[in-house]
Design a protein around this ligand. Structure first.
Ligand SMILES: [Zn+2]
Length: 348
């Protein structure tokens, strides 16, 4: 990517933090700053015997490109580069700046990647006005869905403490399953909020639930549960934590609880950026994309936190992280054209 951007007049800055390679590139000194963002790392291949071809040797069969990262998101990065080449050749004196924020740690801990680069940019007062994250956002045809936000993700690891004993002598034990059951019912039926126009309501899910020694005559001494909340921006982290704790406390449960925040939500209300992108898509497909906030978290949250308008558009995501990950080759031409139109709509 760097070797393609430098000849176009981009000033490229490698930003290595810890073991993570990132780069920031910029063409132009003035604002507004439009930035392409994405990641070069991929998840593991999974069982090799289930792949129809070598996962790390890209191959085209019947108009479909196969390989790990084909959809998430190496072809998105390629489309950014070729769209930028076309745009710079067509509009060498475009207004504002084009930037790239590329990391190699999105699928991993995501600590020394986009988050750190944004800290660095903030520290020196360099800001991004509009950002396009090239994550695979499309559902069945390229351009059918654009992400204008993501829900937040909050996880908890709960241990309910009881007293182990003989099932025949319950008066000498405290069964953590029985103590927790009414609270569990409340947690799973609680209406957290109604969502918003662009966000579904907040949801609570138990992902792991373990108790019992395996013996049929023993009351377990403790119960372990893990749960996750996917939440809309009407919630705050503190508010959600308080609500969960309030329910547990009201049921008189003895417990320990550890929290894990895997992503705070972001939301870019419809405006200049989403309008420019919708127009760019309509010019190719004839249909306006759905503006959605569904699915997991993305690095867009770190960029949106600085006030940038962040939207996500990429190829169809139906095979991401799966074996035989793939993308239709014709979709890549369409995506490149959408990216080109977006650049033109914003900076020509
Ligand atoms: Zn990705």
């Amino acid at each position: 990517m760097i070797s393609r951007l430098e000849p176009l007049g981009f000033e490229v800055e490698r930003m290595r933090f810890g073991n993570v390679e990132n780069f920031w590139a910029r063409r132009g000194a003035s604002g507004p700053v439009f930035c392409f963002a994405g990641h070069t790392d991929v998840v593991p291949s999974g069982p090799l015997e289930e792949w129809h071809s070598e996962p790390f040797a890209p191959v085209v069969r019947n108009g479909v490109l196969y390989g790990r990262g084909a959809a998430d998101m190496k072809t998105g990065l390629a489309a950014m580069i070729t769209a930028t080449e076309d745009f710079v050749h067509a509009y060498p004196k475009h207004r504002g700046s084009i930037a790239y924020l590329i990391t190699s740690d999105e699928e991993g801990p995501s600590i020394d990647g986009t988050k750190r680069v944004m800290q660095e940019l903030n520290a020196r007062g360099e800001r991004i006005d509009w950002c396009l994250v090239g994550e695979p956002s499309s559902e069945s045809t390229v351009g059918d869905t654009v992400k204008i936000g993501r829900r937040g993700s909050l996880s908890g690891r709960l241990t309910v403490h009881g007293v182990q004993g003989h099932v025949a002598y319950p008066q000498l034990a405290v069964n953590p399953l029985h103590v927790f059951a009414p609270a569990l019912l409340e947690l799973t039926t609680h209406v957290w909020d109604q969502g918003t126009e662009h966000f579904p309501p907040t949801t609570f899910q138990i992902s792991n639930f373990n108790a019992g020694t395996g013996a049929p005559n023993v009351i377990p001494g403790e119960l372990k549960a893990r749960f996750n909340l996917r939440y809309s921006p009407v919630q705050t982290l503190d508010g959600l934590k308080k609500a969960v704790v309030e329910i547990l406390d009201r049921h008189g449960i003895k417990y320990t609880l550890d929290w894990f925040v895997s992503g705070e939500p972001f939301y870019t209300p419809p405006g200049v950026m989403s309008d420019a992108l919708s127009k760019a898509v309509v010019e190719i497909t004839g249909r306006a994309p759905t503006l959605a906030t569904t699915c997991g978290t993305s690095d867009g949250r770190f960029i949106a936190a600085t006030g940038a308008q962040v939207v996500e558009l990429g190829v169809v995501n139906s095979t991401i992280h799966k074996v035989n990950e793939c993308v239709r080759v014709e979709d890549l031409d369409a995506l490149q054209s959408m990216y080109f139109n977006l650049l033109r709509n914003l900076l020509a």
